[in-house]
Design a protein around this ligand. Structure first.
Ligand code: SF4
Ligand code: F3S
Ligand code: FES
Length: 238
């Protein structure tokens, strides 16, 4: 099918500000948006800059705004976002510094991620039988949703509270904190909750739900944030 793709372009070496450019492309309805970007890059303009790696919804590197909504370019089909003769619009994620074209600086996002200590903390001696720290299936299930996160930033960069103030730790970092706070092998919940309880922590969330709608892994982000708020309010991890 033939359609137009309108891409926000920005080259800091020559452009004063970002602008749209439109390309006429011919792609299959079942092609992904990432395939369309390859057509533009390989057939129209080799300078088009974007991030991608796995092309299968696993690495999280090609999150962008597709027709105004955050999604992974490698997961959205052409037929689901444009009609024959129509126009598909692609823009970089909002709320992070723009580097070039569809590429943003992820460092502020990862700074928030690191702030919640995204790793298991347990100072107890390892089991002497050489086995791992055992956990019941029920205890493992308690934090399962957060383990699906691929750190694509689609949630945080669709959040109005994050747009309003980039110091807000953001939904992705809260999801990651949830994954460890509710892990019964972990011992650093107090430190994580200190970060999440401060003025730029979980209570900056105004339950807008954009994050849940944007998550390509179908993680119930707003629900997990609610559970962390509940721990902060009650002082109990349940
Ligand atoms: Fe991406 Fe979902 Fe993880 Fe947010 S919670 S970073 S949207 S995978
Ligand atoms: Fe933002 Fe999601 Fe809360 S979009 S306001 S973190 S529910
Ligand atoms: Fe890896 Fe899309 S390229 S998630």
């Amino acid at each position: 099918m033939k359609f137009n793709v309108k891409i926000k372009r920005y080259n800091p070496e020559i452009d004063a500000k970002p602008h749209f450019e439109t390309y006429a492309v011919d792609a299959e309805p079942n092609d992904r948006v990432l395939d369309v970007l390859h057509i533009v890059k390989w057939q129209h303009d080799g300078t088009l800059t974007l991030r991608r790696s796995c092309a299968h919804g696993i690495c999280g590197s090609d999150a962008m705004r597709i027709n105004g909504r955050n999604a992974l370019a490698c997961k959205v089909l052409v037929k689901d976002c444009v009609v024959e003769g129509g126009t598909m619009q692609l823009e970089p994620l909002l709320g992070l510094p723009l580097i070039k074209d569809l590429t943003v600086d992820m460092e502020p996002f990862f700074k928030h991620y690191r702030s919640i200590q995204p790793f298991l903390v347990n100072g107890d001696p390892l089991p002497t039988d050489g086995r791992e720290r055992l956990q019941s299936p029920e205890a493992r299930e308690r934090f399962d949703q957060g383990t699906k996160c691929i750190l694509c930033a689609a949630c945080t960069t669709s959040c109005p509270s994050f747009w309003a103030n980039g110091e807000y730790v953001g939904p992705a970092a809260i999801v990651q904190a949830h994954r460890f706070i509710f892990d019964d092998r972990d011992q650093a919940a107090e430190e994580r909750l200190a970060v999440l309880g401060d003025q730029f922590g979980a209570f900056r969330c105004r339950t807008a739900f954009n994050c849940t709608e944007a998550c390509p892994r179908e993680i119930p982000v707003t629900q997990l944030i609610g559970e962390v708020k509940q721990v902060l309010s009650s002082g109990r991890i349940e």
